[in-house]
Design a protein around this ligand. Structure first.
Ligand SMILES: Cc1ncc(COP(=O)(O)O)c(C=O)c1O
Length: 389
């Protein structure tokens, strides 16, 4: 690879093929665009895939997390334990209720919330724990659920990165009270925007379904079909969080190749990991011993002792060589909202800060070729040679 690349390798590219395009066109031709039969079909297929009893498709993972917290009865003044190493959505949904996101540091090697820190953060106000399977690496759910049970806390998994993650052989989706997935454009399967809440608990499922569409007693599709009636009743002030048949058509086509897409991401991850082992300037992400990584992100760590340049400069060097990257995440406690309104301060969660300062997410998606993966690896070699201390 030459120093200045002619073609840019984007950080992400969705795997949209003819079957997705055909499925969406079919819905457009059907005359029914919003929540209808395709949404039901997608929910049934997703429940079957994860093994969950109930699956509710909504317009984002953020909406699913919000509905999940509503379903467990989160109230003003309650506390919810949230990792600081996560995206805006995981904390903001707690603030919707005037409850407090209690942030917790992560473990250095995996970026996951550290269970011991989590246990220490529990108070008499704690209502729930929201673990997040960072990058798609499985959280230690056995430990988290054991702690939650001991203190009678609810667990809502933020599984935005975790399709298909396995914890000790079991797919994420049935392990805790409610699990929330994301189908945002960059996720392991996508519907453009979208999310799914799964649960084994019928009461939670009913409540999330009711609140997801204005708190109305029945959905619009049934109202407009031959067996439906125009009558409806507003039971509660709900939200406009419904999924659409257009998204569901995309989702069904993506779900059908979820395992194949995962297999390809796993191959790319293995290729990266084998190559990075010989590079002292970079550390490959850990591979779970008794679980399955979804490989939503391939998150490397920079060895700042070995290299003269920092993370931002490495990202710039990769960009110069035609490689798109990203950073996951700026820990929540470093943001203005969390410092201003909630009193968090820099230095409070040192492991997460160090992890963030050294983190780079490399491109990993099914349509990436081995040659493109090797280009990234070669660029890391070049940077190591050029900027070694
Ligand atoms: C960890 C995490 N949680 C939640 C979300 C929110 O997902 P959505 O965009 O589907 O609302 C994201 C999105 O990037 C995320 O990374």
């Amino acid at each position: 690879m030459t120093q200045i690349a002619t073609k840019f390798l984007p950080f992400h590219r969705a795997s949209i093929e003819e079957e997705e395009i055909r499925a969406v066109v079919e819905v457009l031709r059907s005359g029914w665009l919003t929540k209808g039969p395709k949404v039901q079909e997608f929910e049934t297929a997703f429940a079957a895939y994860t093994g969950a009893r109930h699956a509710l498709a909504v317009n984002s993972c953020t909406a699913a997390l919000h509905l999940g917290l509503a379903a467990i009865g989160l109230a003003e003044g309650d506390e919810v334990i949230v990792p600081t190493m996560t995206f805006a959505a995981s904390g903001e949904v707690v603030l919707y209720f005037k409850a407090r996101p209690v942030l917790v540091d992560c473990s250095g090697s995996t970026g996951q919330m550290a269970p011991d820190e989590m246990a220490r953060a529990i108070t008499s106000r704690t209502k729930a724990i929201m673990p997040m399977h960072y990058a798609g690496y499985p959280c230690d759910m056995e430990r988290i659920l054991e702690i939650a049970n001991r203190y009678n806390l609810r667990v809502i998994e933020d599984a935005a990165h975790a399709l298909p993650t396995r914890c000790k052989g079991r797919l994420v989706g049935t392990l805790s009270d409610i699990t929330c997935f994301s189908f945002y454009a960059t996720k392991t399967m996508t519907t453009g925007e979208g999310g799914m809440a799964t649960t084994e608990n019928e009461d939670f499922a009913d409540r999330m379904r009711l609140l997801s569409l204005h708190g109305i007693s029945r959905d619009a599709w049934k109202r407009y079909t031959a067996e439906g009636s125009w009558r409806y009743d507003i039971l509660e002030a709900g939200y406009k969080y419904n999924f659409t048949d257009i998204q569901a058509a995309l989702g069904l086509a993506q779900l059908a190749k979820c395992d194949a897409m995962h297999a390809r991401r796993s191959e790319l991850a293995a290729r990266y990991t084998a190559a990075i082992a010989s590079l002292e300037a970079f550390e490959a992400p850990p591979v779970p011993i008794d679980g399955q990584h979804a490989w939503h992100l391939y998150a490397i760590q920079l060895n700042t002792v070995a290299l003269r340049i920092n993370r931002d400069q490495v990202i710039e060097e990769l960009k110069q060589r035609g490689i798109g990257t990203s950073v996951h995440f700026i820990p929540l406690h470093l943001h203005s909202l969390y410092q201003g309104r909630l009193g968090y301060r820099p230095g409070q969660f040192p492991v997460a800060e160090k992890y963030f300062e050294r983190e780079i997410s490399l491109p990993i998606y099914p349509s990436m070729t081995n040659e493109q993966c090797d280009d990234v690896i070669e660029a890391l070699h070049e940077i190591t040679r050029q900027f070694r201390r």
